[in-house]
Design a protein around this ligand. Structure first.
Ligand SMILES: NC(=O)c1ccc[n+]([C@@H]2O[C@H](COP(=O)([O-])OP(=O)(O)OC[C@H]3O[C@@H](n4cnc5c(N)ncnc54)[C@H](OP(=O)(O)O)[C@@H]3O)[C@@H](O)[C@H]2O)c1
Length: 318
C-alpha cells in the first residue's frame, strides 16, 4: 500500500510517498481502509522533531493522525468495532501514518462515523474537535450563560470550540483576523475581535473560560481576563506555560486525544448539523506531500486540508 512517510526528522524534503507492507493490527488495534485523512499543525511539528519525547525514534515513520474509513481487520481483544464498520478517529502520536491507503490505530481512539456525515468531514473533525471537546466539555464543564473567550476562533480547533460552546449555551468572544469577521459572526461568535487590535485590558474579569487555541496569550493576560473561579485552557505548551499550569489551579494544559466519549459527543453534534469543519482543500494521496508542504509554509488554504487515497474527482470541499 502507499503511505506518506519519512526516514528521519527534518524539513519537508524528508517526506516521500512509498510503497510499504500493509500493517497488521496488534492487540486492541484495528486496521482501517482510509477514505479520508486530515492534516493538523502537529503533523509538521512532529516531522521537524519538535516533540521527540512523545514521537520516539523509530523510522520509517508515517505522517498524519486524523482519519475516517472502513474497518478491514481487527486484532485480538477488540470488542466495540468490527470489520465493515464506518469509523473515524486518530492514531496515537507514536503510531501516526494516516496519510496512507490503510492505517492501524488503537480501538480506544476510534468510534463509529456519524452516518450522514461524509468521510472527509469526519476526518476533518477528529483532532480539532476532540481538542475543543476535551477543553470545553471535559475540563471546563462549560454551562449555559457562561462567557468564553476563544483565540483563533476560525482555526481548526477554534472553529470547533465556537460551535461546541454554542451547543452548550455559552456566549463566545472570539479573536481572528479582520477579514474573518463575517465568518465568525455566522459561526456564532457574539463579539468578534480583530487579533491585531486585541488588548486584554478590554476583557478584564469578563470571562469564565479563556481558551487560547492560537497559543498567543501569556498566562498573565489569560489570568487578568478571568472572572473569579474562571479557568484558562492552553493547547500550545511552552516550557513556561507547562510550569505555570503546574503551579496555578486556574491554568490547564489540554490535549486532543480521542476517546470513545469525546468521539461520541462529536459524532452526535456533527450528525445533528451543529458541528461542521471548514474544509479548504481535498487532495489525492498522490498530491499529498505538495499540499501538506504548501499548508505548512503558507498557512493556505484556510480550512482543513483533507487527503483522499481514492480518486479525487468526486471530492469537493464542503
Ligand atoms: N495540545 C494538543 O493536543 C493540540 C491539539 C490540536 C492542536 N494543537 C495546537 O493548537 C494550535 C492550533 O491548532 P489548529 O489546528 O487550530 O491550527 P490552525 O487551523 O492553523 O488555526 C490557528 C488559528 O490561529 C489564528 N491566529 C494566528 N495568530 C493569532 C493571534 N495572534 N491571535 C488570535 N488568533 C491567531 C489563525 O488565524 P490566521 O490564519 O487568520 O492568522 C488561525 O485561524 C497549533 O499550534 C496546534 O499544534 C494542540
Amino acid at each position: 500500500m502507499k503511505r506518506v512517510q519519512y526516514l528521519q526528522y527534518g524539513g519537508p524534503e524528508k517526506l516521500r510517498l512509498d510503497e510499504v507492507e500493509q500493517p497488521e493490527p496488534a492487540r486492541g488495534q484495528i486496521r482501517v481502509r482510509v477514505r479520508a485523512a486530515a492534516a493538523n499543525p502537529m503533523d509538521w511539528k512532529i516531522r521537524r522533531g519538535e516533540i521527540k519525547m512523545l514521537s520516539g525514534s523509530r523510522f520509517p515513520r508515517g505522517l498524519g493522525h486524523d482519519f475516517a474509513g472502513v474497518v478491514e481487520a481487527v486484532g485480538p481483544e477488540v470488542t466495540r468495532l468490527k470489520v465493515g464498520d464506518e469509523v473515524f478517529g486518530a492514531t496515537s502520536i507514536p503510531q501516526a501514518g494516516a496519510f496512507a491507503e490503510c492505517v492501524v490505530a488503537d480501538e480506544k481512539n476510534v468510534g463509529p462515523k456519524p452516518p450522514s456525515v461524509s468521510f472527509e468531514q469526519a476526518a476533518a473533525l477528529t483532532i480539532a474537535s476532540g481538542t475543543a471537546w476535551n477543553a470545553l466539555v471535559v475540563k471546563a464543564r462549560l454551562r449555559a450563560g457562561q462567557s468564553v473567550f476563544i483565540t483563533g476562533c476560525l482555526g481548526g480547533v477554534g472553529r470547533s470550540a465556537v460551535q461546541i460552546a454554542r451547543i452548550y449555551g455559552a456566549d463566545v468572544i472570539g479573536s481572528c483576523s479582520a477579514s474573518g469577521r463575517e465568518d465568525a459572526l455566522a459561526l456564532g461568535v457574539g463579539e468578534v475581535v480583530d487579533y491585531r487590535a486585541f488588548d486584554s485590558a478590554a476583557y478584564r474579569h469578563r470571562c469564565d473560560v479563556v481558551f487560547d487555541t492560537a497559543g498567543v496569550l501569556s498566562l498573565s493576560q489569560c489570568g487578568s481576563m478571568l472572572k473569579r473561579g474562571g479557568m484558562a485552557l492552553h493547547i500550545v505548551p511552552t516550557p513556561f506555560k507547562m510550569i505555570g499550569c503546574q503551579l496555578s489551579p486556574r491554568h490547564h494544559l489540554v490535549f486532543g486525544d480521542s476517546t470513545p466519549q469525546s468521539l461520541a459527543g462529536i459524532a452526535e453534534a456533527a450528525e445533528g448539523g451543529k458541528l461542521v469543519a471548514a474544509i479548504g482543500r481535498i487532495a489525492p494521496l498522490s498530491e499529498a506531500i505538495t499540499a501538506i508542504v504548501e499548508l505548512e509554509e503558507t498557512g493556505l488554504p484556510k480550512g482543513k486540508l483533507v487527503i483522499v487515497p481514492g480518486p479525487p474527482a468526486t471530492h469537493q470541499p464542503q
